[in-house]
Design a protein around this ligand. Structure first.
Ligand SMILES: NC(=O)c1ccc[n+]([C@@H]2O[C@H](COP(=O)([O-])OP(=O)(O)OC[C@H]3O[C@@H](n4cnc5c(N)ncnc54)[C@H](O)[C@@H]3O)[C@@H](O)[C@H]2O)c1
Length: 331
């Protein structure tokens, strides 16, 4: 038996691998198209819940048309700031589709951050309002930052970004961090209602909120809503009253409902992002439509970016090669 090794990529190794935001959005768009063509195996996430309102999810995926596979093992612990640790963290194991052998083990935090914003960017590309001048971001954390960058790539016409956060100073810090990165006026605000009413696109990227923070009667015709917290941040009327409801994965949406999300029920009709990308279902059809996208986060997106990272890391010789096994006998 030959010696088996795998490449280990820490978060800092991953940050050294240069993958542009444009490439990330392109990879995610192609991956959503694979989902639209039913060319993926991506079962709803099994998980364990070791503390109230926490999860550790197993997220396996096979993207058939690209012949890539692997699994993300990711945790979400909203109270982790008390331990000076991030809310979202974990590992990706990237496997050979031919032999099943692990080819790489890598940190999953950057991949999770950028792939989530890229799924929203693809949604925005197909569903943005006709005149997208104002973006409102509620939640000035990791996702708030990456969404500001990626939404501006697919909607360069954005001129103003309102940012709100319950943590004092967080919105101001985002505005400071984005100086020189984003060509738009970034305005911190505590007035969520006014910022939502003024917006063409509204993003909620908060933590697990006890009560909805966005109300249906604040939403103007033509708005695109992007919600990252499953059903929690938007009221039931917004979810059931949207003219178009979009998700990356309906099976995952239904599995979240079974776990207590969507307390007011699921929308009667939905569109799948992948079907929109391949043209089987329409994106935005009417200027006045309120479109709400709750993309639940699919493992195919993680594995597609893990594949891009692995290929680039091998080419650039980044990361370390670790032994997995060296001999046949295990006695
Ligand atoms: N759907 C997906 O694919 C996907 C993927 C990754 C993360 N997420 C979710 O996205 C959300 C944001 O993740 P993150 O990594 O940016 O987290 P983060 O902790 O970096 O940022 C969250 C921010 O929201 C703020 N916040 C919390 N409650 C708020 C409220 N009621 N009003 C305004 N601001 C509030 C916090 O102060 C914090 O600054 C989380 O809920 C996470 O679970 C979803």
């Amino acid at each position: 038996m030959k010696k088996v090794t795998f490449r280990y990529l820490s978060q800092e190794d991953i940050l050294k691998v240069r993958i542009s935001y444009e490439q990330i959005i392109d990879t995610i768009e192609k991956t959503m198209a694979a989902k639209g063509r039913d060319m993926v195996e991506c079962p709803p996430k099994p998980g364990i819940h070791t503390r109230h309102d926490t999860f550790i999810h197993a997220m396996p995926a096979f993207v058939k048309d690209r012949d890539i596979c692997g699994m993300k093992w990711v945790c979400g612990y909203p109270e982790n700031y008390k331990y000076d640790l991030p809310q979202i963290a974990g590992l990706i194991v990237y496997n050979s589709p031919e032999t099943g052998m692990p080819l790489a083990v890598m940190d999953c935090r950057w991949v999770t951050a950028v792939r989530t914003a890229a799924v929203s960017a693809v949604t925005t590309k197909y569903c943005k309002p006709k005149n997208t001048k104002v973006l409102t971001i509620i939640g000035a954390g990791v996702q708030g930052r990456f969404h500001a960058i990626m939404l501006k790539i697919v909607a360069p016409e954005i001129e103003k970004i309102f940012v709100s956060d319950i943590k004092p100073g967080a919105a101001e810090q985002l505005a400071e961090d984005m100086k020189g990165i984003i060509d738009a006026e970034i305005i911190p605000t505590t007035d969520v209602e006014t910022a939502v009413k003024a917006a063409d696109i509204v993003l909620t990227a908060t933590q697990r909120v006890p009560e909805p923070i966005i109300h249906f009667d604040w939403i103007q015709p033509g708005t695109l809503g992007l919600a990252l917290e499953a059903s929690r941040a938007w009221d039931g009327k917004s979810i059931l009253g949207a003219d178009k409801y979009i998700t990356d994965d309906w099976d995952l949406t239904v599995s979240y409902k079974a776990q207590g999300a969507f307390p007011d029920g699921l929308p009667k009709n939905h569109n799948t992002l992948g079907k929109i990308v391949i043209g089987e279902e329409p994106g935005r059809e009417h200027d006045e439509d309120f479109i709400l996208a709750i993309n639940e986060g699919m493992a195919i997106s993680d594995i597609a970016l893990a594949a891009d990272l692995y290929e680039a890391a091998c080419e650039q010789n980044i990361g370390i090669e670790l032994p997995l096994m060296e001999q046949e006998s295990i006695f």
